[in-house]
Design a protein around this ligand. Structure first.
Ligand code: PMP
Length: 416
């Protein structure tokens, strides 16, 4: 694989047939998911003979498993700048499950308001929409909002219970000013919940310094396999109430008419935990930390500029969202007169490039970026309800990270 500061991945040797010839797969879909790193592979291989039940058995393997699980909790908590004395890492399946768990655990009612934004992935929208009333910070034509708009939403009555905001957009790569947003929320006593699915793999995140109360992210977007995400959360938020999932491990005592719930974090760790996934996620966190951020950040900045340059040079290509400000190397666009599905299919079939097309689980954001009016949005819903998939709006997204080479971005420009 061409050189880049992201390190080696387990799939680097794979060759796929492109027009009959075996070719290296060009992964321009890292915002969706990432292959495991070699560091994660080693950690999982070493641990596989040892895994056993956690917090249950008295045997040596069970004790070892328990120790590794607790170590993974601590590593993950520290990795994002939280203090294990006050915070704990749970390992739900992914960001989606983490945010569902949290939205349930805050004990919200339909009278409560949660402030969120039009940038959000559905996973940071639908759990709140179900648990409470949404108050949405809308975006401008550039697909961004400013802190004043967040302040205005926070100041409306009734006062919100929580602010749920993304750390970075999975569509445009835009990185909101979390520090200022969190400060505005805290001045008003509002809990700050950040969807870190995109941010955490790309930037050093310091929850304490940024003022983030709760952070959710996914192992599979940071070079660990599927199956474990993280919810880093103050223990005090989990100290009361019923857990999201109930069952073995969540209790101190059970009878048919009474339950004494366990203390955090066990109360929210129903069933046999995914200890292999936790070890993998912690290994991915250690690997990102050990590699350091300087070279990777510099490379990602170069990727952002390269994407801007390559995409600007393609005739008939319209970028979605602002091509300025703090961004990850992620870009969404439409090509004049060419359906988004066809662009993605031809990049795959003729160039061996994996990109994504569609609405990227962010329908409100995408409809705004595409400039669809209320009539078109209604038609979108009617088509969706009727199962008319061929007519759905959308765009093409390319996304890369520190493992992507500048040559791959140049090849994308050429292919487009
Ligand atoms: N939030 C954002 C910003 C994302 O990009 C994603 C994944 N596309 C998610 C949440 C959901 O992550 P997962 O599918 O791992 O639950």
């Amino acid at each position: 694989a061409p050189s880049s500061p992201g390190g080696r991945l387990v799939g680097d040797h794979l060759r796929i047939p492109v027009a009959g010839e075996p070719r290296r797969y060009v992964d321009l879909d890292t915002a969706a998911t990432t292959p495991a790193s070699e560091a994660v592979l080693r950690a999982v291989q070493d641990f596989l003979p040892w895994y056993s039940s956690v917090h249950r058995g008295a045997g040596a393997k069970s004790q070892h498993s328990t120790a590794r699980y607790e170590q993974a909790q601590e590593t993950t908590t520290r990795f994002v700048g939280a203090d294990p004395a006050t915070h704990v890492a749970l390992f739900p399946r992914n960001t989606t499950e983490a945010l569902n768990l949290l939205a349930f655990r805050l004990g919200l009612t339909r009278d409560d308001v949660v402030v969120t934004t039009a940038v959000e992935h559905h996973s940071n929208l639908l759990p709140w929409r179900r648990a409470a009333r949404l108050r949405v910070v809308d975006v401008d034509r550039r697909g961004t909002f400013d802190v004043a708009a967040v302040e205005a939403a926070l100041d409306q009555r009734p006062a919100p219970r929580a602010l749920a905001v993304t750390g970075a957009s999975n569509v445009t790569g835009w990185v909101p000013d979390l520090r200022s947003i969190a400060a505005a929320a805290h001045e008003r006593g509002v809990l700050v919940v950040v969807d870190g699915a995109q941010l955490v793999p790309h930037r050093p995140v310091d929850m304490a310094a940024l003022g983030i109360d709760v952070l959710a992210f996914s192992g599979h977007k940071m070079h660990a396999p599927f199956g474990a995400g993280a919810l880093v959360v103050p223990r005090r938020l989990l100290a009361h109430g019923e857990p999201f999932l109930v069952g073995g491990g969540t209790v101190r005592a059970v009878s048919f008419d009474d339950v004494v719930w366990a203390d955090p974090p066990d109360r929210d760790d129903a069933g046999s935990p995914n200890v292999v996934g936790a070890v993998a996620l912690a290994a991915a966190a250690d690997d990102l930390r050990d590699r350091g951020w300087v070279d990777r950040l510099r490379h990602e900045e170069a990727l952002v500029r390269a994407l801007d340059g390559e995409l600007a040079a393609v005739p008939g290509l319209r970028r979605l969202g602002a091509v300025s400000g703090d961004r990850l190397p992620v870009a969404a666009f439409v090509l004049d007169g060419v359906p988004h599905g066809l662009v993605a299919a031809r990049l795959a079939q003729e160039h061996g490039m994996g990109v994504r097309n569609g609405c990227f689980c962010a329908h409100p954001y995408l409809t705004r970026l595409l400039g669809l009016g209320p009539v078109e949005v209604r038609r979108f819903h009617e088509d969706a309800r009727a199962g008319r998939h061929d007519r759905l709006p959308g765009a093409v997204r390319v996304s890369c990270n520190a493992t992507t080479s500048l040559a791959d971005v140049a090849a994308l420009g050429e292919a487009l």
